[in-house]
Design a protein around this ligand. Structure first.
Ligand SMILES: [Zn+2]
Length: 450
């Protein structure tokens, strides 16, 4: 059988249960899977060989929270907290259309791939009247670039006139939302192992979605056998909103609505009590930790260490590029490690723990046991990060830690399902310059209000 042998890596960091790292390790990929990991294998006839020397091999990173469309509204509301930032941006986002979505997805997904991310989610929740083909545009783009993709059909039905935060022009009625969500799942969701495309159900937040929509979304997701996602416990403002409207704290509210369980992962979870953390862990609910976005909006620092200590499933998310003006998964890994130490404990999160969150943890959030680890039988999603060159010279003592501690840079090679997506730091299936030009063209259109 022909395959691809990634040969003689500086280290293969498998992220398996034992944390196995193989110096001089190699990985054989055949038919979309990893079929062998070890050291000292000679390639069989017909095997393509990729030179792994000078690179650390990791499982492709998994991004558990993003809003691709926001990529074209970077550097807005620069000094606002979540509610002020949203209030400034909702009217801009009300103009989203398929051209915007496609251009934004091109940039965001290219950035994901170039930072070593092989699987990403999206959470699209703005569906203005008459805008068609938004989810379709991003799925097309993900397929073109070659990434594994979990788009979430987001939604908002609680407009300002009913006490919500978003203006009425960007909310939809619940029937329209649930019908469209079901149609997207039926059309695109692939439940099979190795799936390149899965859909999730994702009403936006307690201040933009009504209780009936939250409850009906959970029922729909469970009836269809797909996962549930939302934003929760992001800011103090949100906590106040939930207390005033429902008399409960955000996580208590989700619990009340039947929203905690092993089929759910939640973005942010910054403001949690000890009891909330225990509830998340015991219910098997995943957390998409978004450290840069939480810092940018001044939301706070999530208690990731406490969540990990309770063995909750914690993954990493870059969040949308309007609240993290970069879309770089490796930079997010570094940010996670550093911000964890901000409280004064240099042992709060190690480089390897941060990488495990970004691989195994992300896979767990998305309910996938077929990615996030380099072992035979798993899908062949492999990121090769260079440890050669200026940024890593002097870091020879620990090449795996060097990937996180030193300056974040482009992935050297990225394979998804055994297929090359990035080669020597460049997209294989798309033209980066053309994507950037198109993004700039549509970005000018948006900035000029047309
Ligand atoms: Zn978000």
């Amino acid at each position: 059988m022909s395959g691809v042998l990634i040969d003689s890596c500086e280290v293969v960091a498998t992220m398996d249960d034992a944390g196995t790292e193989i110096v001089g390790g190699s990985i054989l990929m055949e038919d979309g899977r990893i079929t062998w990991v070890g050291a000292g294998r000679l390639p069989a006839d017909g095997t393509q060989v990729v030179d792994g020397r000078g690179s650390v091999a990791l499982p492709g990173l998994v991004n558990t929270h993003h809003h691709l469309y926001q990529t074209l509204t970077r550097v807005r509301a620069q000094d606002q907290g979540l509610f002020g930032w949203l209030t400034e941006l909702y009217p801009v986002w009300a103009g989203v259309d398929a051209e915007w979505e496609r251009a934004a997805a091109g940039i965001a997904l290219a950035e994901m791939a170039l930072s070593g991310c092989s699987t990403t989610t999206d959470h699209h929740y703005v569906f203005p009247e008459g805008a068609e083909g938004l989810i379709e545009a991003e799925i097309d783009t993900a397929q073109q670039i070659g990434l594994r993709f979990h788009p979430c059909r987001g939604s908002m039905d609680l407009g300002a006139s009913s006490g919500g935060l978003p203006p009425d022009e960007v909310v939809q009625d619940a029937d329209t939302i649930l019908d469209h969500t079901q149609a997207m799942v039926r059309r695109y969701h692939d439940p099979q192992p190795g799936a390149m495309l899965r859909i999730a159900v994702a009403p936006c937040s307690p201040f933009s979605a009504t209780e009936p929509l939250m409850r009906d979304s959970a029922s729909l997701a469970r009836a269809l056998g797909v996962r549930l996602h939302t934003h929760i416990a992001e800011t103090v403002d949100e906590e106040r909103f939930c207390q005033e409207r429902f008399g409960l704290r955000p996580l208590e509210l989700l619990d009340e609505w039947g929203w905690l369980g092993p089929d759910v992962w939640l973005a942010h979870c910054v403001h949690l009590s000890d009891k909330d953390i225990q509830r998340l862990a015991e219910s098997g609910t995943g957390v998409a930790w978004c450290p840069t976005s939480n810092l940018r909006l001044g939301s706070g620092i999530a208690r990731a260490r406490a969540l990990l200590d309770e063995t909750a499933a914690v993954g990493l998310g870059v969040d949308g590029s309007a609240s993290n003006d970069a879309g770089n998964m490796l930079a997010e890994v570094r940010q996670a490690m550093l911000v964890s130490r901000a409280g004064g404990d240099p042992k709060a999160l190690s480089a390897r723990e941060a990488l495990r969150v970004a691989t195994r943890g992300g896979a767990a959030c998305l309910g996938r046991d077929d990615i996030g680890v380099l072992e035979p039988g798993k899908r062949a999603d492999v990121a090769l990060f260079s440890v050669e060159g200026l940024s890593w010279a002097g870091a020879e003592a620990d090449p795996v830690a060097a990937v996180v501690h030193c300056s974040p840079s482009r992935v050297r090679h990225l394979f998804v399902e055994g297929r090359p997506v990035i080669e020597t730091g460049h997209l294989v299936n798309a033209d980066e310059d053309a994507i950037a030009r198109e993004g700039r063209r549509v970005g000018h259109r948006i900035a000029s209000g047309r």
